[in-house]
Ligand binder design. Sequence first.
Ligand SMILES: NC(=O)c1ccc[n+]([C@@H]2O[C@H](COP(=O)([O-])OP(=O)(O)OC[C@H]3O[C@@H](n4cnc5c(N)ncnc54)[C@H](O)[C@@H]3O)[C@@H](O)[C@H]2O)c1
Ligand SMILES: NC(=O)c1ccc[n+]([C@@H]2O[C@H](COP(=O)([O-])OP(=O)(O)OC[C@H]3O[C@@H](n4cnc5c(N)ncnc54)[C@H](O)[C@@H]3O)[C@@H](O)[C@H]2O)c1
Lengths: 208, 208
Amino acid sequence: RLRRVVLERLMRYYRWLTESSFKKPLKNVTSAQIAEALDVDPTQVRKDFGAIGLLGMGRVGFEVCEVCRGIRHVLGFDQPYEGVMIGAGRLGSALAAYKNFARYGLEIVAVFDNDKRKIGGKVAGRTVQSMRALKPFIRRHEIRLAILTTPAEVSQKVVDRLVSAGVKAIWNFAPVQVTVPPDVLVRNEHISLGLSEIAYHLTQLADP
Amino acid sequence: RLRRVVLERLMRYYRWLTESSFKKPLKNVTSAQIAEALDVDPTQVRKDFGAIGLLGMGRVGFEVCEVCRGIRHVLGFDQPYEGVMIGAGRLGSALAAYKNFARYGLEIVAVFDNDKRKIGGKVAGRTVQSMRALKPFIRRHEIRLAILTTPAEVSQKVVDRLVSAGVKAIWNFAPVQVTVPPDVLVRNEHISLGLSEIAYHLTQLADP
Ligand SMILES: NC(=O)c1ccc[n+]([C@@H]2O[C@H](COP(=O)([O-])OP(=O)(O)OC[C@H]3O[C@@H](n4cnc5c(N)ncnc54)[C@H](O)[C@@H]3O)[C@@H](O)[C@H]2O)c1
Ligand SMILES: NC(=O)c1ccc[n+]([C@@H]2O[C@H](COP(=O)([O-])OP(=O)(O)OC[C@H]3O[C@@H](n4cnc5c(N)ncnc54)[C@H](O)[C@@H]3O)[C@@H](O)[C@H]2O)c1
């Protein structure tokens, strides 16, 4: 099993290869090029590629398509998976509408909320369903992933319902630690990592 | 100047120290403890702490409060800074309302949009202003940071306006690469890193 730090590095290599605008499309790439662009150790890049069975071609480096296919396969992006959104609020709506998730295999197939004013309304083309419909939906469609965008104070209760319904992975955007049984993955997502770079940059401007 | 990878590691140490729920509050922490919790090399942890002037106390490790204060100071979280939100849509509203940003020094002081139906309305307690008010506002309040949550296709135009108004850092949530002069920082934020761990976990469940 690959560790989280490795998975995140593979994701960053993948994003750099697929989302950067290169002057002309890259056919081959060396570990040195990737290392320099992403500020990682070239030895680390080669180890990570080796860990997923990618062999370089000596001085030429690695073939970009092969690297992308390899990473997509190992990370599981090439096998589409469905998720449900819990919380049809501002963040939940933005995420449900975000087109980019499809590149990583994710399709958000339903949105749930407990606010009567929202149930029955449309979010990202989906009709918002009541929380009463959650467990039957998860069971019927064998949903293994739920995305949590509920207020902090209700999140643990919602997680308990998700776990009892059979969800195996929770992408948690609520700013609270939730507890789950050992076979359930919780990925906490804090949209604040960027502030480390931004605040530091502003500090350097003010006081170089 | 500290490199981005270092800034991000410092942020992760800081978050782990301040957001984890420990059985009893930590007074001291060793590089080994941090290394194990975050899956980094303990030598790396000590190097990073050394780089920001934190000295350990031998076997006892580092004093948690001192580490937190040190990281807050280096990253610039202890000096409040203001930002403007461009795009009062779903994501912009969610971010403008997010209470956690204050811990990192950020205050979102105004929200701008070009949709007449939104201008004059309330988002996170702020009145949405017209894009015509953007440049005068930025100049009057000496705003150095803008957060971009506009549709991809208009983002470069909006960035050009922000740069000409004097903004020095752009936190870009639009899924598009934008170009800026060398003295302006662009931090691209993709809320998709977590899918590397989630999709992999689901793959392992299906095919261990
Ligand atoms: N991780 C991040 O970086 C980040 C960024 C912004 C917001 N957030 C967090 O995301 C969450 C949502 O933020 P928002 O601005 O979209 O808030 P919001 O109030 O607009 O949305 C929350 C939604 O959850 C629904 N809800 C409440 N209790 C529920 C329950 N028991 N079952 C189902 N639905 C329920 C509400 O009716 C509402 O529609 C908050 O916890 C917020 O702190 C996190
Ligand atoms: N980075 C991520 O992980 C992530 C996640 C979700 C959404 N997004 C992106 O964030 C952006 C916003 O998403 P959303 O769901 O909030 O969309 P939205 O349509 O709800 O909001 C966009 C807002 O921008 C405004 N706008 C359009 N043109 C403008 C202009 N020229 N000047 C000022 N304002 C303008 C619109 O009126 C609208 O209010 C999109 O680009 C989306 O792809 C990114």
